[in-house]
Every structure is written in C-alpha cells, then in structure tokens.
Design a protein around this ligand. Sequence first.
Ligand code: SF4
Ligand code: SF4
Length: 347
Amino acid sequence: MRRGTITREDLNELIRRWTAERKVIAPVRRDVVELSPVGSADEIAMDYSNTQLPTKRHFFRPSEVLLRFDLRAAPDRHVVEAESDADPTVLFGVRPCEARSHTLLDRVFLREPYCDPYYQQRRANTAVVVLGCTSAGPTCFCTSVGGGPNDHAGADLFLTEIEHGREAHAAIYLLDVVTERGASLLTGFDLPEADAGLIEHASRAAAELAATLKTIADLERIRTAAQTAFDDPVWQAICLSCVGCAACAFLCPTCHCFDIQDEVSGGRGRRVRNWDACSFAHFTLHASGHNPRPERHQRCRQRILHKFTWFPENFGAAACVGCGRCIRACPMGNDIRRWLEAIGKKV
Ligand code: SF4
Ligand code: SF4
C-alpha cells in the first residue's frame, strides 16, 4: 500500500479535478451534516462526527423503479428496464464504519448467483474515499464489531488528519492508496511519500483513540442466542420500550430489507423496490392472513438475531458496524448496547 502526505490545499485541487469529471458526494454541514453532491471542496465539512443518514442509500435506494411495463404496447415492448443512474461517483470523506458497511452489504447484494444488478452498477462506478476518525462519539462502538477508527475495509483511498493547522487550508493528511481504483483517482497527481515518523504518529493516535472505545457485550455469546435463549423472556423485557417505528432499521447502514410492488393502472405500471423493515408487523404478514411474527418482541428478536447470529453464520461477520445511529435516533431511548448486554446474560 502506497502512503503519502497531502495538504488540504492539494486535496482541494484533487476534489476540483474529480468534480470536473464525475459526481462527488461529500459531507456538507446544514442543520446536520449530510452527504450531498458538491461542486467544490469549500462546501465539504471535514470536522464532523458522522452523517445523520447512512451511505447505503447511495447504492441501495430507499425507493427505486426497477422496470416499467405497458401491456397494451406491442409484445416486444411490454417491459422496459429502468435507466441506470450509476454515474461515475466519488463518495468522499465517509467514516470508516460507513465504508465497512459497504463490504457487509456486498455480501448480500453481490453474492452469486443472486447478484443485484442495480446495486452492482452503482458500487462498480463509485470510488470511496474514507476519512479516518480522530475522535469518537459517545454512541460509537466500532471496535466491538471488528472495525475501528483506522479500519481500511471498503476504502479506495484513506485519509488521516495528522496536522490540524490553524486555518482549514493548512491541515495535512496521510493518504493511503488502498486499491487500484484509489490509485486511478490520483492519476497525474504527484503524491509525496509519507515519512516513517508521520505514519507511526498516525497509527499511534488511531490506536489510542480505539483504546478509549468500550467493548460492548461478548458477541460470541450473543451468536449462540438463537439456540440458547430463543424463548427467553428477555426479548419481552427489552422490547417493552420499543414502539416499532423502524427508525433504527432505516438509519442503520447495514439493514437491507426491502419490498417489491407493482403499481398498475389500466394495464400500465411500474415495478418499485422500497426499503422495508422487520420491525413492522406487516413485513411478514402472509396473504393468507397468517403472520409468523405477530408480536413485537418477536420482531425485536429477529432484528438482533439477524445481525448477531444469522448474518455471521451466513456471511462471516456481524451485520453491525457500531455507528450508534440506532441509539441516537430511537425515540424511546433504546440502546442496542444495553439490549446486547441483557441478552448476553441469558445465553
Ligand atoms: S427506533 Fe427504537 S422504538 Fe423505533 S423500532 Fe427501533 S428500537 Fe423500537
Ligand atoms: S445496529 Fe445500530 S450501531 Fe449497528 S450498524 Fe446498525 S445503526 Fe449502527
């Protein structure tokens, strides 16, 4: 892996080049910090904790038309595939937990033979530039689920601020070229090699920050909960304060349930995919009227076991990156860390 240093001024110049040839989506400070298309580096917030919304919506849209159909048209024109919106894009300045979540979603959406072409096209056309963390929020627990402030998973380029500078333009970053795609973003740019002292300084700072993050419950124990605590009253206890709004699922960077519906009028229509969530009673409601998860505690259990038992069994890692969004967003003050602690005691 090539490691260089770059000033904020040179970084701004790079971003200017990228915006000329592709879409650049980056953190922008409005009421909250959100990822938005930017026209220049001046719009980008580099001093933020995390965005309110996850980046999954860039690859997996909250609502998207998969195809349109017209049964009154000639048979060879009955179905028209939706046009691709997978424009060449740089997703700039996302946090390491976000980039890690892309690698988890890949395991679902890019798994042969069930590869999702809509997700795949956007993923293939998007380079991810990660901004390593220099501080952690009170709800962060990335190190408990395999990540960390310096985790390079899912990054094409990885930036670490090593000198803040009094003025924003005076900041200096360590720039790691993680993939070929990352290297191609630097074509024509002369990246000075980082000296060993700076690399050492950045690794030490990241390790010190990681050490401040508390380890949450023992996830190896939680993993066995489907066998050892499936019918335990703990699920009723933890879900007492859940109103089933699904804010946690919609804001989670790794939740990926969806529903597909045909919207038809007079023989014409469109097939639409929308985000859905296992927190909703209708999610598992069968056409027969039977619902295998009619009770809220069963739906809470499903969400937790999917993330910490079944996803690890099927895909080799927990479906959680410890971003803490579900904790910050829950209107009832629920905290997944406390839920996991309670479940761990019952295993
Ligand atoms: S955000 Fe809170 S109340 Fe809403 S479904 Fe999630 S845990 Fe329940
Ligand atoms: S479960 Fe909560 S902490 Fe884990 S990735 Fe989802 S939103 Fe973040």
